[in-house]
Design a protein around this ligand. Structure first.
Ligand code: FAD
Length: 359
């Protein structure tokens, strides 16, 4: 029945790193699972976006996954296997975490929209409906791949896919793959695919390849820049756009092999491939869009949080609180879109929200 609401104090949307940290901290601060708070997640099983990452992403080549509060990764998963596949190991960790702390996670349930009625939030889903006083949104980005639509999009006879659909390079053997994009995923996957088949790299601009080792210090500075943006109400930018990409041995190898010979963005897509402004064409079997993700916030649209800069102004100690409505926190958003950021954001969001709602 769409008019029956399950009443709680706080609803957390999303059970990735950010949602789990928020849930752990709400419970720790004395908010009761069930009547006090619930977590709604649209996946069938634990793992957040990690369960969908490609197979070659292992714990030795990711940027570093921070332990969730209260339970170490190594207590849940045998870390002696050095090449642990991220899309298996992290879901396993989250599953044990959810069980160990008895977190009230409801799944699969998809939040379709959130509105306000008589001072409470009405959270509509494809299942039961909820009514809450506060909201911690932790929906990540994986569900909103960004893919610019170039003219001729529908004419292409080959295959087009986005980062979110990639499984492994083997499926492309014998094919010519155009890899589009200039971020970490584009470069990493270009490296992987160019090792087994012919590739062409196309990007609007090259990432800023820099000779430095990525350090926590550089990471902090980049996060601070993104934090400044959201506090000013601007849309967050990705961290790579501010740090550039360090030249790793893998990138060095790609530079030497000529894999990173960048072509500018094409003008249109044709039946057999792509065509540039000057009329040059290139035949290809696959166009692989590594053009990023956007924060998944469509369900919050009825709350009209966006300003005229197309951003959401954020305040609070760690930049998680929506300035226009302090009963809403966005975690895993902008400066907290990393596992360490999500941990901290979950904690501060829980504390600030409990204080604001006087729970
Ligand atoms: P997610 O893990 O995406 O969790 C969000 C959850 O909300 C999901 O289960 C989703 O299905 C659910 N959801 C979404 N919309 C709804 C809805 N409307 N209703 C109900 N549920 C919904 N960070 C690092 O710190 N280290 C790394 O090495 C690293 N590597 C990365 C590699 C890749 C390829 C990518 C894309 C990102 C990487 N990141 C890394 C960033 C990483 O995404 C974050 O660190 C973190 O895991 C995100 O957690 P999250 O909880 O915000 O989002």
């Amino acid at each position: 029945d769409k008019n029956v609401f399950y009443k709680v104090d706080i609803v957390v949307i999303g059970a990735g790193q950010a949602g789990l940290s928020a849930a752990y901290n709400l419970q720790r601060e004395g908010i009761k699972p069930g009547k006090g708070f619930v977590v709604l997640d649209d996946e069938f099983s634990p793992g957040g976006a990690w369960q969908h990452r490609w197979d070659s992403l292992t714990l030795s080549n990711v940027n570093g996954i921070n332990d969730l509060p209260g339970m170490a990764f190594s207590d849940a998963v045998n870390t002696k296997e050095t090449e642990l596949q991220a899309n298996i190991a992290i879901p396993k960790y989250y599953e044990q975490y959810e069980k160990a702390f008895g977190l009230p996670i409801i799944r699969p349930i998809r939040v379709t929209d959130v509105t306000e009625q008589n001072g409470r939030f009405i959270i509509r889903t494809n299942g039961i409906q909820f009514s809450a006083r506060g909201l911690i949104n932790a929906t990540g980005t994986w569900k909103t791949p960004h893919c610019p639509k170039y003219p001729g999009w529908e004419k292409f006879k080959g295959k087009q896919l986005h980062t979110g659909e990639y499984k492994n390079a083997e499926e492309f053997i014998g094919k010519h793959v155009i890899v589009v994009g200039g971020g970490i995923s584009a470069i990493q996957l270009l490296g992987e695919i160019s090792a087994v088949t012919q590739t062409t790299w196309v990007a609007r601009r090259s990432p800023d390849f820099r000779k430095y080792e990525f350090s926590p210090e550089i990471g902090r500075e980049a996060v601070a820049l993104v934090e400044k943006r959201v506090r000013e109400g601007l849309p967050p930018e990705s961290v790579v756009s501010v740090t550039g990409l360090p030249i790793t041995p893998a990138i060095e190898g790609m530079l030497n092999k000529g894999v990173l010979d960048r072509k500018p963005m094409f003008k249109e897509i044709i039946e057999t491939g792509v065509r540039w402004e000057d009329g040059t064409t290139l035949d290809a079997d696959v166009i692989f869009w590594n053009t990023g993700f956007r924060h998944s916030l469509n369900h919050l649209a009825p709350l009209k949080l966006l300003n005229d800069k197309n951003g959401i102004q954020i305040s609070g100690k760690l930049a998680t609180q929506v300035a226009k409505d302090p009963r809403i926190h966005l975690t895993g958003y902008g400066p907290s879109a990393s596992t360490i950021g999500a941990n901290r954001a979950g904690r501060i969001a829980a504390i600030e929200l409990i204080e604001f709602l006087k729970l």
